[in-house]
Design a protein around this ligand. Sequence first.
Ligand SMILES: Cc1cc2nc3c(=O)[nH]c(=O)nc-3n(C[C@H](O)[C@H](O)[C@H](O)COP(=O)(O)OP(=O)(O)OC[C@H]3O[C@@H](n4cnc5c(N)ncnc54)[C@H](O)[C@@H]3O)c2cc1C
Ligand SMILES: NC(=O)c1ccc[n+]([C@@H]2O[C@H](COP(=O)([O-])OP(=O)(O)OC[C@H]3O[C@@H](n4cnc5c(N)ncnc54)[C@H](O)[C@@H]3O)[C@@H](O)[C@H]2O)c1
Length: 472
Amino acid sequence: MEKITCDICVIGAGSGGLSVAAGASQMGADVVLIEGHKMGGDCLNYGCVPSKSLLAAAKQAHAMGQGAGLGVAPVTPQVDYAAAKDHVASVIDTIAPVDSQERFEGFGVRVIRDWASFKDKRTVVAGEREITARRFVIATGSGPFVPPIDGIEDVPYFTNETIFDLRERPDHLLIIGGGPIGMEMAQAHARLGSKVTVIEGAKALGNDDRELAEVVIGQLQSEGVQIVEGQQAKRITGGDGSVTVETEGGSHTGSHLLVAVGRKVNLDRLNLDAAGVKHDRAVVVGDDLRSKTNKRVYVVGDAAGRMQFTHVAGYHAGIVVRSAVLGMSWAKARQDHIPWVTYTAPELAHVGLTEAQAREKFGGSLQVVRFNYDEIDRAVAEGKTKGFVKVLVAHGKPKGASIVGDQAGELIAMWAMAIANGQKMSAIANTVLPYPTLNEINKRVAGTYFSPKLFDSASVKTAVGLIQKYLP
Ligand SMILES: Cc1cc2nc3c(=O)[nH]c(=O)nc-3n(C[C@H](O)[C@H](O)[C@H](O)COP(=O)(O)OP(=O)(O)OC[C@H]3O[C@@H](n4cnc5c(N)ncnc54)[C@H](O)[C@@H]3O)c2cc1C
Ligand SMILES: NC(=O)c1ccc[n+]([C@@H]2O[C@H](COP(=O)([O-])OP(=O)(O)OC[C@H]3O[C@@H](n4cnc5c(N)ncnc54)[C@H](O)[C@@H]3O)[C@@H](O)[C@H]2O)c1
């Protein structure tokens, strides 16, 4: 057994672990990075990157049928599903060097390719190596949660870890779960020519404002996706080429099945009890992202049991580098300024409080302002007028914002910056934006907030009357 000592031992080379390793090593810390499977983790191999790449192929296919209003005759796309999957694979290959073992070794990180498990409070074993570190960072991410639905063991099904390897286009894809994975994959497959049925136990896109989620749901339905809400999958039967999902409301038969009902944090291999690290479905951490029961151990990304997004893993990494490398133990993770986006078309983006949370917190002092895409010249020019922005304002500051529409994921950035930095609505209103851009919707909604104060105010009118009377 080779014995290694280091400053920081990072377990997991996904979005969170790689960011910690890159930051800590480049600041001069001695870092060991342990990865049991693929460098890049979920986001690169089975998550964000393949899903957005498949959606890009789907978007292209859909656009070919949409030109009539612009004077371009629609054509039926000839979709080669396997070639679309080649595109997915090539995007992964293009990005992979950024997350590669070689790149991290170039930073001076010692990369070990094996599964890690704790031996005691300050020792981890990975294959034939025993690593003793001043600090550990658990960045083991999550995998697909497969629920114990009756019959699931006996039928073939896909998860996000296998669907991107499928080469034959499903004739009829059944998807259990109408969260972001289910809805993104539903639209991607429908646009690439599959029949798609989404079976959702509660409400589809249930983490988002229902009013905005309904715009996405309506769009998917108009593209032929069948979305069944309020029906839990209870029993699954069938085999290759024909699978039936039974719910209390009926049964649905398709050719393939994708299970997308949430995530299970990867803790099984870690032997956390040996390290005295308390855990339930995730590691128990405070806002300092440290284990409450072993202060040598930090947790980032999905394993921290908070919001599960790549940008959150990166944000966590920044907090941990400050604390574990620079000794800034007061560094804390916030949640109130984290945006998220579902990359359907239209996109659905959110940051800050939801309307229900904001009403509870600010009561009567909450103001809700909104603006529609169909009044934005660029959206009209592009023929993409479906959607709106909704901003929740209290004491002159945005407390939450949601956008559904074209490029909502880009447009939410302005609100993410304002909320992160405690800026006022005036910061948005005072910004001069290039015309014609979709971003004008953000300035226009801020204008909606200020216009009653300016245009419907008796005192403003009196003041203007006086000024005009005495101006030379
Ligand atoms: C289909 C899909 C689409 C998504 N799309 C988006 C998106 O568009 N935007 C977004 O922000 N987020 C998206 N996400 C979420 C995002 O992928 C995750 O939040 C992110 O990957 C979490 O990063 P992480 O570092 O915590 O974990 P991961 O990226 O999962 O990395 C964890 C790594 O740890 C390794 N590991 C686990 N246990 C051990 C062990 N004991 N020893 C050694 N190594 C170990 C694993 O092999 C893995 O490589 C998506 C997820 C899915 C599934
Ligand atoms: N664009 C993005 O940023 C993006 C995309 C995909 C995934 N993700 C991340 O991955 C996480 C997991 O995504 P997800 O879609 O798997 O999970 P999710 O938890 O967001 O949604 C799962 C859905 O499945 C439903 N469900 C659970 N059991 C069911 C059953 N038996 N029958 C029918 N429906 C059932 C739930 O009601 C829920 O709506 C997300 O929460 C997000 O953090 C992010």
